[in-house]
Structure formats: C-alpha cells, structure tokens
Design a protein. Structure first.
Length: 279
C-alpha cells in the first residue's frame, strides 16, 4: 500500500523532474579523460599502441565518443566541433604536460624519473585533467569542465577551477588541499606546495565575471599553507612566498615573504619537567 504523501509535494517534484535537464554522463566523461591520458602517455596505458594506424583508429574512436558525450550539453553539430577541436589540441597538450612532468622531476629530489611522475604523482594528474578541462572551458563547453575538475579534486585533493590559466612547466609538490580559483593567472615555471590557497577576497555573486583571484608571475615558489587573495594581488616573478603567509597585497619581483618565528624554550632540570614552546 502506497503511503498518503502530500499531493502538492508530489506535483512539485514531478514538475522538477520534467523540467530539469538530464544529468551529465559523469562516469563517461571521467573515463574518457583517463583514456586520453593513456593515449598521450603510454606509461599510463594498459597496453602499448605502437602502430600509427592503431593510434589513428583509437583517436577517431575517442573523438566520436567525446562528441557523443558532449551532446548532453550541446547540439550534435556543436558537440562534433568541440570534439574535433579537442583532438586537434592534443599535440600541444602533450608537449605542455611533458614540460610539467619534467619540472616536477627537476624540482623534487624524491622523483626518480618521468615515468614515475606521469603514472603516480597526484600533482601531475590534477594538472593534466585541468589542462584538458581548461581547453573545453575556453571553447565555451558548459558544465563538463567543472565536472572534470571535481573528478580530479576527488582523486587528488587538489582543487583547480577549469577557468584558471596556468603556464608551462607547472610543478605541484604533494598538493593536498591546494585551491586555485577561477580567475587566477599563473605564469611559467611556478612551483606550489600543499595547502596553498589562491583565492578571492570576497565571494559575492555580484563579482561574477570579474577577476577575483591573484596573478602569479613566472618562476615563483609558494610554500605550504600560504594564502594569497584578491584579483588585484600580483606576486612578482622570481619571488618566494614562505609557508603559512597570508597575502592580500602585491609584492614586487624577487621578493622573499615569510614569517619570522621567535622560539623560546624553557626546560626544567628534571628531563620529565614541562617543556614550553612559544612561536
């Protein structure tokens, strides 16, 4: 027996179900992004595809699958154009991602080689998905870029809005808790550690479409836990931002910004006595 639910509530839900757009095929998009990475980097592939003909056929299949998936947010003609543009961008995407991987190997003494970075490093994976999502974002594809960025966020703990612009040779070290906002602009050869926030001073809806997030120029290093806020905030090139720094104003190039800690230790004669730290 069906319980006597409120008919007005049922009518409201029925209307919502009838008028709401169909959900995105999220698993399909996420799987396709992983297949693209496996194509671009054989280190990630379940089996190699050494033949040019096999690679061409695989690219054609991926393009068709992407076009079909994109019909959830676009007309068939638009979806086909988006998919073609994405495939044409793959050579440049692979070259940029190789620069990213090389930057991680060069910066991280724990990194053994490119293969290790490409197959295991969360920073590389998050950057790769961001660059693919950013391309879709720039082409005006709705909803899908954010879906891909959230997929990378779930897998790595790294939250990069697909609208953010990131230059080549980008290095994320560790990366858990890293947040990069929509209008953030990052230059070349930038290195960022975990827990960094590149965010907005205000999140009012009236700021939509306005640059709200900072600009990070070339060759900047930002250490763990730093927070840099504001659309007019610029970190000049070759600057070093220390851990846990809070910045809402610009700094010139070649700056060193850090906390100066004062440590006072008192110890009783008895080793079991209290030890007090004041930082």
């Amino acid at each position: 027996m069906v319980p006597p639910y409120d008919p007005d509530f049922l009518a409201l839900l029925a209307h919502a179900h009838q008028t709401t757009a169909a959900p995105l095929p999220g698993p399909g998009f996420c799987q396709l992004a992983d297949r693209l990475l496996a194509l671009l980097f054989p280190e990630r592939a379940p089996r190699p595809l050494p033949s040019p003909d096999t690679l061409a056929a695989t690219l054609c299949l991926l393009q068709n699958d992407l076009a079909e998936l994109l019909q959830a947010v676009a007309t068939p003609a638009e979806a086909a154009q988006y998919a073609l543009a994405s495939m044409n961008a793959l050579p440049a995407l692979r070259q940029t991602l190789l620069l990213d991987a090389e930057a991680i190997v060069a910066a991280d003494p724990a990194a053994q080689d490119l293969a290790e970075v490409i197959t295991t490093y969360p920073g590389f994976y998050a950057t790769a998905l961001h660059r693919f999502a950013h391309g879709l974002h720039r082409r005006g594809v709705p909803r899908v870029p954010r879906l891909l960025s959230e997929y990378a966020h779930q897998r790595t703990g790294i939250d990069i809005h697909p609208g953010a612009s990131i230059g080549p040779s980008f290095c994320i070290d560790h990366g858990t808790g890293l947040v990069i906002g929509e209008t953030c602009s990052i230059g070349a050869r930038v290195k960022i550690f975990q827990g960094v926030t590149l965010g907005a001073l205000s999140v009012g809806k009236h700021l939509e479409g306005i640059k709200r997030h900072p600009t990070i120029e070339d060759d900047v290093v930002i250490y763990a836990g730093a927070t840099i806020l504001g659309g007019s905030t610029t970190i000049g090139r070759h600057s070093l931002i220390g851990g846990n720094v809070w910045l809402t104003e610009s700094v010139p190039s070649h700056s060193r910004v850090y906390h100066k800690a004062q440590i006072h230790v008192t110890r009783a004669e008895d080793p079991a006595g209290d030890i007090m730290f004041s930082i």
